[in-house]
Design a protein. Structure first.
Lengths: 495, 495
């Protein structure tokens, strides 16, 4: 067997273990009885440790080197697979075990402080924990940067969005920061003039669930290969052949769960569409978190919050809940799905203000990793950035720098992927409309296969064959930019 | 670290992997979308292979030898743990990998033949597959017998019921075969005189589920550490801290599912009561399949099909389904739960005829393993044994030797555990009534903690500290016999 074949076999095993971890993680979040938590933690820790040891075993480094020497004999997908193996190995092998443990401990401790500190709006109590985490993350960034040949912050980014470049993100985010404040002003002024009473329900959970399933199926979710369940924090889990999404229901607001389900359905369709022949191999996985988020945002923001989609969905929604009247006409439903409001909380933000929340976090975490901003200065820096980007300032840290878990449990470099995803979604949808001129019309008729087919061919089936930048450029015909996103916002909110 | 400590650490990992396998197995049977099957098979095969390799790694044999040399320094539980480690290692390391693969392949092929052959009542079509499986099982039995120092058939038994002795089983089963036919005759004659119309429902599934949950909770099942779900073949899975039982509902027969749930609840309480301080270690596991079956049969047969239990449950059942009348009085409910009927199918058998089905299979599989009976002679031998033990003969192989999967997928040596479990259950319940004189009365009042407490202390918390024989003798004050079982049958069916 060649070194490459050995590696494929090894990574197949790692992939199978990681799939098992993924299903158990879903189980933990969705259906596990609470008393199973500590046994489950042990099962997951053991499986993760075994996968890690499989990945950093001494012979892997040798085999990678051998396979790379003979890469000329490999096909395109195999070469890409080898590149992804190397990347995964670099991240896994960069840090000594003791270091990984120290990070894990610091993050667990800080997360516990954060849960309490957020509840009590006590940033000072969380600060020592955050300082410890940041110290470790900066070390990790430095070590990985040397291995990867990137800047320290890019080494963190690379964990979630392989190959992401600070120069590119700076350019894109600066462009957004340039046009966004005026756009938010204009949209807010426009919407202030419109009526906006919400129907209050109650909307029975079982009816919401059936509606969600009906829409999911119509859009292309295959329940022979997936499930819809309930969890406190909605997510898309499972494996490509068994994709499991979750939601939570609110009896007084059906649209929130419906849009949440459609968002996760976007993630699910991506998972499901990954290349079958590369299952369990690194190259068969989703390209990165930005591309993943692009698929959920494409479905939720570009498709399902559109007038066309609601033209299709309005009669189904009316029938499901047995309602009628002006509030339930397409235009009223649509208006309610595209409200813009300057808020403090990222997870509650609409698509227009969302980038402001992300850019703020991106700038602050970069400064902290660079050593230019101290955690103790975070509340002040947060307020200043909020004022600049959104024109509002939270009254407390709970609605400010304590709102997100990311920094406190070690997910540095993750935030930018949300807005990169929004940009990719807009650019992909633009390209799909160009290739399928009747796209808006067929969506209004409840036909989603043209769009799904396009996405399967251009994006899903590519797995990790290309870099995100190449994938976007191949699929859309141009490098990632902000033009489609800006045009989308102007069309939707100002016309 | 001592060799023993090393082993504990190693077996802790194996235990965690096996727990993960158990949860994934539950998921497969209870909730997995069908399209996830092949990916799941790969996940499970990978985890099982890793657990196997952990167990047979070269250093394990050395460490076992070292630890056994220094066993004098160990406590009682540690020594028992070491003994169980050795036993698990013996079974796992006895067979070369190629052999394990050949067995797995022969069983998969034969199982496929069996599924088709049973459907079409075509034993001849299954015969070549069965012959291959038997050939391999005989080899396995011979190899393991040499390692374990037992007879070949006992080596197979040991896989399910450690330490089981053919001499003991022969004696017990011969005693049963001696008294059973007359007893079945007498009970059948008696019951023929009694009315036996069944209420026909429909009994809504959701009502049945709520009733099951209510009874489970009352009996001591803790839903913070477990679940109740649906699967085609009811079973008890999960882990001691997260015990998951399943059932299936029949709208025209609520008692079947109710008794099925109570049976699985017996398994679940055993799992849940295993010693916390030995979680993940071999000594912390259930003692064997006979003891496991004793716990389900104790709850179902000894407790829940009793007049006392139905005195407690009758008003709850009536209220749940909104029913009343003579059919729903305690005596009528009780009569319906203790029907005796000579049937062809083991899984449909009542507690009185069940041992006949088991003894038949035990005798036939022993003869086949010994080489005294050829698979081609099975249909004839089956008919003869049925006539002798039950006085009925099936008209076809589908209701005869094709009914059970066990032989066709390689579970030789399993059958005796069902009836050993029934004997243990009767003897344990006898002992519990001796120790708790008011037991029948408190059960009629819906109080199960006295019995559960007794069982926790005498059985559950012992894990695999003792052999099955020692455990029974310690808990009940005498060696396992048939007296309690026979008395139970006479009391229930002839008085």
């Amino acid at each position: 067997m060649t070194a490459y074949r050995h590696l494929e076999e090894r990574f197949r095993q790692i992939g199978a273990i990681e799939q098992a971890v993924s299903v158990l993680h879903w189980d933990t979040a969705a259906i596990m009885p609470e008393g199973g938590a500590s046994a489950r933690a042990e099962q997951l820790a053991t499986l993760r440790l075994i996968a890690h040891r499989h990945l950093v075993a001494p012979q892997i480094e040798e085999m990678l080197a051998k396979a790379e020497t003979a890469a000329g004999e490999l096909g395109e997908w195999q070469r890409a697979n080898l590149r992804e193996m190397r990347r995964r190995w670099l991240h896994a092998a960069a840090l000594p075990d003791a270091f990984v443990e120290a990070e894990s401990r610091a993050c667990s401790e800080c997360e516990a402080l954060w849960r309490k500190g957020r509840l009590e709006n006590d940033f000072a109590a969380v600060l020592p924990g955050l300082e410890r985490v940041l110290r470790i993350e900066r070390e990790i960034a430095a070590i990985k940067a040397e291995r990867l040949g990137t800047t320290p912050y890019e080494a963190l980014l690379d964990q979630y969005e392989p190959g992401a470049s600070v120069a590119v993100i700076d350019r894109l985010f600066d462009q957004i920061a340039e046009f966004l404040p005026d756009l938010i002003d204009a949209a807010s002024a426009r919407q202030a003039a419109l009526p906006s009473a919400d129907p209050s329900g109650p909307f029975p959970v079982e009816t919401q669930r059936r509606l969600a399933i009906r829409l999911m199926e119509r859009i292309g979710f295959d329940f022979a290969h997936g499930r819809l369940d309930i969890s406190a924090h909605p997510f898309c889990g499972g494996t490509p052949d068994d994709v499991r999404i979750t939601t939570r229901y609110n009896e007084s607001n059906f649209a929130r769960s419906m849009m949440g389900v459609l968002h996760e359905t976007g993630h699910a369709l991506y998972q499901r569409g990954l290349p079958v022949e590369w299952r369990l191999q690194p190259v068969g996985r989703a390209r990165g978190m930005a591309m993943h988020e692009s698929q959920s945002l494409l479905l939720e923001m570009q498709v399902c919050r559109s007038r066309a989609f609601l033209t299709y969905a309005a009669p189904i929604i009316r029938k499901a809940f047995g309602v009628a009247g002006p509030q339930w006409e397409v235009e009223a439903l649509y208006r309610r799905q595209i409200r813009v409001r300057r808020g403090f909380i990222r997870v509650d933000a609409d698509e227009m203000t969302y980038p402001a929340h992300v850019i703020l976090r991106y700038r602050l975490e970069r400064a902290m990793i660079a050593g230019d901003l101290q955690p103790s200065e975070l509340p002040g820096a947060w307020a200043a950035a909020m004022r600049e980007l959104l024109g509002v300032v939270p009254e407390n840290d709970r609605e400010g720098c304590l709102q997100d878990i990311h920094w406190y449990d070690g997910n540095w470099g993750y935030f930018p992927t949300y807005t990169l995803g929004a940009l990719i979604a807009a650019q992909l949808f633009d390209a799909a409309r160009r290739d399928i001129p009747e796209l808006t019309q067929v969506i209004a008729e409840g036909e989603f296969m043209p769009l799904l087919g396009w996405m399967r061919e251009r994006v899903h089936s590519k797995g990790s064959l290309l870099s995100t930048a190449q994938l976007v450029e191949t699929a859309t015909g141009r490098p990632l930019g902000t033009a489609s996103f800006e045009r989308h916002l102007r069309d939707r909110y100002l016309n």
